[in-house]
Write a protein that binds this ligand. Structure first.
Ligand code: WQD
Length: 341
């Protein structure tokens, strides 16, 4: 059974990916300092899979501590690297905090890949690397643009570092560019746990609907889109998770066409903010208390994926609808309230 190290394993996408890996026959070890996640996610994973996953609670910026994971687990076959700070707004206020955390942790991991000859490395990247695209949908060949935030810059720099590293290392690597991951596992045992006021749209919607937030702001309705609000490609977190399992299998089966393949992980459907809200209201039966406010700095007007390369190359078949995304996100929010969280 191939052993996979998942960094950020207690986080939103990391925890869902661990479930999918286990369900597909992989052994998993997690590393997460829980600075932006809860160790309780491992209980949710155990409820779903019956497996108690070991987590190394440490900061990947510490090289010796990071290296020790590989000393204790010399049979690590692959790494999926999620652990990073990801709040766009915070990164604008604290660029060095983001560069230090996101880049030092990646460099330490790549040094371990080299020293311990880990064959496969999958990197959590983002559609943010495309900036404001000139044409949509975007393909993997769409030129990247100057990042709109230091967070986006860390994803772009991460991609460059991994691509250059892969040219001289034995490891084969994959960059997965997520669009907007949303929703929760259908079992409702794991889901998104934003810390503080949610930055992202769907947790802002569900927290407003449950009454945690008094109201929600729609950041602008004067954009050149079909209803004036920004357009995005929302993709269920379980579809994103399964793509990671497929990406590892793709490398293990040596199907990769280069040492650093890139895949867009989006549904291929563009949805506006107002359409997302309307879908949530229809699914939940809750009328959302929102108002139109000013645009948010750094927001991309419109982006959605051409996901053909991932569908054909990885054999990926995103199956969750926007309604599924909203209903699972809402059920998760209701459960958090029942648990007093
Ligand atoms: C989506 C749309 C907002 C909140 C970023 C990163 C991306 C990924 C996801 C990490 C925008 C609007 C939001 C609200 C709103 N990061 N909105 N009111 O900015 O597309 O992507 O987060 O995984 O890499 O770039 O996602 O959910 O923040 O915003 O109107 O209260 O919803 O303006 O148009 P975004 P988002």
């Amino acid at each position: 059974m191939a052993k996979i190290l998942v960094t950020g394993g207690c986080g939103f996408i990391g925890s869902h990916t661990i479930v999918d890996l286990i369900e597909n026959g992989f052994e998993v070890v997690s590393v997460d300092d829980n600075s932006r996640s809860s160790i309780n996610s491992l209980d949710g994973i155990e409820k779903i899979t019956g497996v108690k996953v070991k987590n190394y609670t440490l900061d990947l910026k510490g090289f010796e501590a990071t290296r020790n994971i590989f000393v204790e687990n010399p049979d690590i076959t692959g790494i999926i690297h999620f652990a990073a700070y990801k709040a766009v707004g915070e990164s604008v206020d604290k660029p060095l905090f983001y560069f230090e955390n996101n880049m030092f942790s990646l460099i330490n991991l790549l040094k371990c890949v080299e020293e311990f000859n880990v064959p496969y490395f999958v990197f959590s990247s983002s559609c943010t690397v495309y900036g404001n695209p000139d044409a949509i949908p975007v393909t993997e060949k769409t030129p990247t643009k100057k990042a709109e935030s230091p967070y986006g810059a860390t994803k772009q720099m991460g991609e460059v570092m991994i691509e250059d590293f892969s040219k001289v290392a034995n490891a084969n690597t994959i960059l997965l560019r997520y669009f907007n991951p949303v929703g929760a596992h259908p079992s409702i045992n794991i889901g998104e746990l934003p810390i503080g006021r949610p930055m992202n749209l769907v947790p802002a919607i569900t927290q407003t609907a449950i009454g945690k937030l008094p109201k929600m702001m729609v950041y602008g309705d004067d954009y050149p889109t079909r209803d004036g609000s920004c357009l995005r490609d929302y993709i269920h977190v379980c579809d994103i998770a399964h793509a990671h399992t497929l990406a590892l299998q793709y490398l293990i089966d040596q199907k990769n066409t280069s040492k650093c393949d890139i895949f867009n992980l989006g549904s291929g459907n563009g949805v506006t903010v107002l359409e997302a809200i309307k879908t949530f209201e229809a699914v939940s039966g809750v009328a959302l208390n929102y108002e139109i406010g000013p645009r948010r700095g750094g927001d991309v007007v419109a982006i959605y994926a051409d996901n053909k390369y991932a569908v054909e190359g990885l054999g990926w078949n995103p199956k969750y609808t926007l309604e599924d995304m909203m209903s699972t996100a809402w059920k998760w929010e209701v459960k958090l309230k029942e648990e007093g969280k």
